[in-house]
Each structure stands twice: as structure tokens, then as C-alpha cells.
Write a new protein. Structure first.
Length: 146
């Protein structure tokens, strides 16, 4: 078990299996395709290393998000349809990530913990399949190796 500390972006607690990528995620390109009607929580960006991965209930670990301001609305939609990641750990919690989570909290009373951990060792510390506990209120991330 390894514990690291990050910075709280939005509060809450979550536990789940990690889904890790070193590639920035474009939530709009990943989740606004016709196939997402059937599989709303799967990443459908053919150019992404998480192509067809299911984010629902996972702890999504990524460097940052990319895309347009619409990405935040797409993330908010995942949260409100209850098909979003359980939490996000980002090296850079940019406005695309933060806006979507805040919109879901303010408009629908549904939140998701987001912790920023800018360390270069993030992707060595957490691997896909690890069980991760996120306490965003305290900025604490507990990693249990699989």
C-alpha cells in the first residue's frame, strides 16, 4: 500500500480500480459518437490508448484533458447519467475537467472527487487495475497494487 498527497480540486471520496493513461483525454471526442448511445461510458476516440475502455466507476488517472469547452459539458453529462468515473486524478486538473464536475455539482447536486497530483511519478505509482482510494477532501490517494 502506498499513500500520496495531492491537491483537492473537488471534494468527495471514492474507491475503485484505476484506469491509467499517459495521453490527455478529450471527453467530447471520446464520448460523443453514435455508439455512445449504446455504450455511454466507453471511450470511443480511435486515436486514444484507452479506446473502448469503460470509465464507469473507475478511478481515471490522466495527465490532463484536451479539446474544447464542450468537453466539460460532456463530462457533466457522464456524471448526471451515472456513467462517469468514480474519481479523477490528474497531473493538471484543467478547466475542461473542473468545469464539468462543478456543473454537475451545482446544477444536479451530483459530484465526483478530483485530485491534482502534479508529480512526474504519477504513472509509476498508479497502474491500470490497481485499487485506488481517493479522499479528495484531504487530498489523499491510497494505492493498493493488484
Amino acid at each position: 500500500m502506498t499513500t500520496i498527497r495531492g491537491r483537492r480540486i473537488t471534494g468527495g471520496k471514492a474507491r475503485g480500480q484505476a484506469l491509467v493513461t499517459r495521453m490527455p483525454v478529450n471527453f467530447a471526442a471520446s464520448h460523443i459518437t453514435p455508439i455512445n448511445i449504446l455504450f455511454p461510458s466507453r471511450i470511443q476516440d480511435r486515436h486514444h490508448d484507452l479506446y473502448r475502455a469503460d470509465v464507469k466507476g473507475r478511478i481515471l488517472v490522466l495527465p490532463t484533458a484536451v479539446g474544447s469547452t464542450y468537453s466539460g459539458i460532456v463530462l457533466q453529462g457522464l456524471i448526471t447519467r451515472r456513467v462517469a468515473p468514480a474519481a479523477i486524478i490528474a497531473q493538471n486538473a484543467d478547466s475542461f475537467i473542473v468545469s464539468g464536475v462543478v456543473f454537475a455539482e451545482v446544477w444536479f447536486g451530483l459530484g465526483m472527487p478530483v485530485v491534482e497530483y502534479p508529480g512526474a511519478d504519477l504513472f509509476e505509482l498508479i497502474r491500470t487495475g490497481d485499487t485506488v482510494e481517493v479522499d479528495a477532501d484531504g487530498g489523499e490517494i491510497v494505492i493498493h497494487r493488484r
